[in-house]
Design a protein around this ligand. Structure first.
Ligand code: NAD
Ligand code: UGA
Length: 461
């Protein structure tokens, strides 16, 4: 079949895979190819067992793979053939050299720029899909034009706003698609090509175009604002626990103000995921490099509160369980950083499991999708750890359960049965406030929610 355009995505990860699957579904007239340096990942994308779990993804891949969606390890061939290249490689926090622990590590991104330059034989639109520091497009352009080979490259910024667990719905019906371009004749022409592609399924009024620096910065700022809301509500959860106020009631009362809104006000054990912390660190680093230290301090506090919330949670467990966890068996319900994903990157469960092990507790980890990643995250960590998918089996014989991930399944468990199988006194620490606390108290549990009064069968003072 003759396709109108060849679209390539470099990076077959959590963003590249789902994003390209939806583009292939919505634009059958285009050929979409996803390449990666990791051949195992490509083989998994070509198998019935996709490398990531995302509701609805399997069906779309089944529908499009082999028709107009292809996964390949042939990066050179993919670049040669492409009209539009999305760069969707990882941009983790740098862990070496200048900016270690703060700046974005741009080595993978830069390598793709060099690969594009090396293999291109025709003009390309190069789209930054990865989240990058503001003004990265300038560096991309400098690399691409460094050899004066006569090939035209137009760089666009098109950051991705999908959330894991709802990626397919987010991609099919995005709040907005953001496209930033250079304000030159050819930049604007390239921008219009991308607008046309998205207009196949996204209403025009939701496709917004800006200058390229605004686009790059907006992505970092959107994540910073979302994380800030979680840290704001989590900071207030600490105050609720001291004062007898209830964080759910406070969140409802505050969120009903239409100027504030009710989303991202669920108090939790802390935010995780591959991006919030990394992108705020990146923003903080940028601010500091421009000498804006007050601005940097402001955003850094969002991360500090997140760390504080996780530490507070462990301290609460220790304190409630008579100041010793040594030899106690504690079950973590959930290890993924949020529900409906198997992703555990920066999951608060990693930190909490490690801290519990430091206290000589025995940790049993349960999760419907994340046990493979959990094993990798805790590889080499000292202490007694076991992995049990069935929550009943996992809780059996434990002194405490801690809810780490808000999987629906945990709300529908038979807690009477679980209570009977556990060591007494039994504790539940609900790090997501998803359980029926009154009911659990009646069953016999001592219940410790986030930002709400604890409920115990003994004197808490
Ligand atoms: P990921 O680690 O899941 O995937 C990145 C992939 O790029 C990996 O498979 C890696 O092997 C591949 N890669 C690295 N260098 C390569 C190269 N030179 N050539 C070919 N392939 C290469 O990362 P991700 O979660 O998909 O994130 C990608 C980018 O998107 C990041 O910048 C991230 O901040 C951003 N982002 C992520 C999300 C999310 O929900 N995960 C959402 C929005 C934006
Ligand atoms: C987030 C953003 O929501 C996406 O728009 C963005 O594209 C993405 O980061 C990215 O750049 O990677 P994601 O990390 O997948 O998406 O998940 P979120 O739903 O934002 O949740 C992040 C963390 O905050 C999770 O650990 C979640 O449990 C926690 N959270 C979220 C809360 O603790 N309380 C809330 O009210 C909301």
């Amino acid at each position: 079949m003759q396709f109108e355009k060849n679209i390539l995505c470099i990076g077959a990860g959590y963003v590249g895979g789902p994003t390209m699957a939806v583009i292939a579904q919505k634009c059958p007239q285009h050929k979409v190819t996803v390449v990666d340096i990791n051949p195992t990942r490509i083989a998994e994308w070509n198998s019935p067992d996709l490398p990531i779990y995302e509701p609805g993804l399997d069906e779309i891949v089944k529908e499009t793979r082999g028709k107009n969606l292809f996964f390949s390890a042939d990066i050179e061939g993919g670049i040669k053939e492409a009209d539009i290249i999305f760069v969707s490689v990882n941009t983790p926090t740098k862990d070496y050299g200048i900016g270690a622990g703060k700046a974005a590590d741009l080595q993978y991104w830069e390598k793709t720029a060099r690969q594009i330059l090396e293999f291109s034989e025709s003009p390309k639109i190069v789209v930054e899909k990865s989240t990058l520091p503001v003004r990265t497009a300038q560096a991309m352009e400098k690399i691409l034009t460094s050899t004066n080979n006569g090939i035209r490259f137009d760089v666009l910024s098109n950051p991705e706003f999908l959330s894991e667990g709802t990626a397919i719905a987010d991609l099919q019906e995005p709040d907005r698609v953001l496209i930033g371009s250079m304000e030159t004749e050819s930049g604007l022409k390239a921008r219009d090509v991308l607008v046309e592609m998205y207009a196949n399924w996204v209403p025009r009024e939701r496709i917004i175009t800006t200058n390229i620096w605004s686009s790059e910065l907006s992505k970092l700022v959107a994540n910073a604002f979302l994380a800030q809301r979680v840290s704001s509500i989590n900071s207030i959860s600490a105050l609720c626990e001291k004062t007898g106020a209830d964080i759910s009631e406070v969140a409802t009362a505050v969120g009903m103000d239409s100027r504030i809104g009710n989303k991202f006000l669920n108090a939790s054990v802390g935010f995780g995921g591959s991006c919030f912390k990394k992108d705020i660190l990146n923003l903080v680093y940028l601010c500091r490099s421009y000498g804006l230290h007050e601005v940097a301090d402001y955003w850094e506090s969002v991360i500090k509160i997140n760390q504080y919330q996780q530490e507070r949670f462990v301290f609460k467990m220790l304190n409630a369980m008579f100041n010793t966890l040594s030899g106690k068996k504690i079950c973590l319900f959930g290890f993924a950083f949020k529900a409906n994903t198997g992703d555990t990157r920066e999951s608060p469960a990693i930190f909490i499991a490690k801290r519990l092990l430091e206290e000589n507790a025995e940790v049993v980890i349960s999760d419907p999708k994340a046990l493979k990643n959990a094993r990798a995250d805790l590889k080499g960590v000292n202490g007694k750890i076991s992995y049990v998918e069935d929550p009943y089996g996992a809780a059996c014989g434990c002194h405490a359960i801690a809810i780490m991930t808000e999987w629906d399944l945990y709300q529908n468990l038979d807690f009477e049965k679980i209570y009977r199988s556990m060591a007494k006194p039994c504790f539940i620490f609900d790090g997501r406030n998803i359980l029926d606390h009154e009911k659990l108290l009646k069953i016999g549990f001592n219940v410790f929610p986030i930002g709400k009064p604890a409920m115990a069968h003994f004197d808490l003072s």
